[in-house]
Unconditional design. Structure first.
Length: 143
């Protein structure tokens, strides 16, 4: 699942996912991410987009937790959520059972939160990695 918030850098990022394999000298992890993106069925939640340019993508006008719950139950693979507003709705509806968090060495104040008000999460750390760059990856599951 993916939420369309606004054009600009986010749209540029999505476009790059579609074309990264055509750009010379891309690192293997970028190529793999582009292949995974291109192969995935995607839902864009938007009230303003008229059409989508990505293959295997459809537009839904409103986030329906029951429809997503059904999609999740019928899926034979993991579903992902991109975008803080959509993430907050999915978390509040109890649809998220795993979190992949990345902590970087640069912090910028502001922005949209993806943890909604009034939600308490009791999480279990199931994987962690620290990289030489200072990046920390942590994977949590809900209890």
């Amino acid at each position: 699942m993916q939420r369309s918030e606004a054009a600009g850098p986010l749209a540029d990022c999505r476009a790059r996912r579609e074309t990264a394999h055509t750009e010379p000298e891309q690192p293997p992890h970028i190529l793999q991410y582009a292949r995974d993106w291109q192969a995935a069925e995607k839902i864009v939640y938007s009230t303003t987009l008229e059409s989508v340019s990505s293959t295997k993508t459809r537009i839904e006008r409103a986030f329906d937790p029951d429809a997503v719950r059904k999609l999740k139950a019928e899926a034979d693979h993991d579903l992902t959520v991109d975008g803080p507003n959509l993430a907050a709705q999915a978390i509040a509806a109890g649809l998220v059972d795993e979190y992949h968090l990345f902590i970087t060495t640069s912090v910028v104040g502001g922005g949209r939160r993806f943890f909604p008000d009034g939600v308490r999460l009791d999480l279990k750390l199931v994987e962690k990695r620290a990289f030489d760059s200072g990046l920390i990856y942590a994977r949590y599951q809900t209890r």
